[in-house]
Design a protein around this ligand. Structure first.
Ligand SMILES: *Cc1c(COP(=O)(O)O)cnc(C)c1O
Length: 230
């Protein structure tokens, strides 16, 4: 068994090499601990090792951890799981960046809730990059429409795109999907004359490939915290 600190240092080392391959530096990449189902003690261990970004999947579970760790005000909390419209109110109240905007009705609700508390809510649009039936995310063909729709929302700010590619044993299989997400981002930037700073892509098994293909946020669970209990 390795410690969370050892895991984190290993991840930084790999990320640093991959960043170099894509002409960037480690400090241009956000390592986000995907902490679903993990107890706050483990999040604390990662914090002590230097991690400052945590991504939760469920609003309720996330809020409980945010409340418990509220003294650590330099933690950045992201919501990375699919979001039900009826939870939008709480998502906006607690999370700095929401990675999973994937439909117009959710944009409406997030915008409305953000307006009420005078917040500009930062979001990523999640793209169903493998066009799988089972996944969250907007279909690539519908991305431009959702992007344009969301741009009109006064209290939402789009920072980029997110994806979860189809599962594969071979991490090289993910590369084409990461490249495709980057191309979609670049197309939006040029069409809408805007700058999108973030690509959230890459998990434990393929984050090095994702960074090579331009990821700015990698979401790492198992490799950092160990296996989840479910
Ligand atoms: C669980 C999860 C991750 C991390 O997965 P690992 O394979 O454990 O690194 C990343 N992104 C999302 C959206 C997740 O739900």
């Amino acid at each position: 068994m390795t410690t969370i600190r050892e895991n984190y240092e290993k991840i930084l080392e790999i990320a640093s090499k991959s960043a170099e391959k894509s002409g960037r530096k480690l400090d241009e990449i956000i390592i986000l601990g995907a902490s679903k189902t993990q107890p706050v003690e483990k999040l604390m261990e990662a914090y002590k090792a230097g991690l400052r970004y945590f991504g939760e999947n469920r609003v309720q579970e996330g809020i409980e951890k945010i409340e418990k760790l509220k003294d650590f005000s330099d933690i950045n909390w992201h919501l990375i799981g699919g979001l039900q419209t009826n939870k939008a109110k709480y998502a906006v109240k607690y999370f700095e960046l929401i990675h999973s905007l994937d439909r117009e009705s959710l944009a409406d609700e997030l915008d409305k809730r953000a307006k009420k508390i005078n917040k500009i809510q930062e979001v990523l649009i999640e793209v169903n990059i493998g066009e799988e039936d089972t996944k969250y995310g907007v279909h690539p063909d519908k991305l431009e429409k959702l992007f344009e729709y969301t741009l009109e929302k006064e209290n939402l700010k789009i920072l980029g795109l997110m994806c979860i590619p189809p599962y594969s044993e071979n991490k090289e299989d993910s590369r084409q999907y990461f490249a495709k997400l980057r191309e979609l981002k670049e197309k939006l930037e040029s069409k809408f004359k805007t700058n999108l700073p973030h690509l959230s892509m890459g998990m434990s098994n393929d984050f090095d490939i994702a960074i090579e293909e331009g990821a700015t946020i990698v979401r790492i669970g198992t490799l950092l915290f160990g296996e989840r209990n479910y």
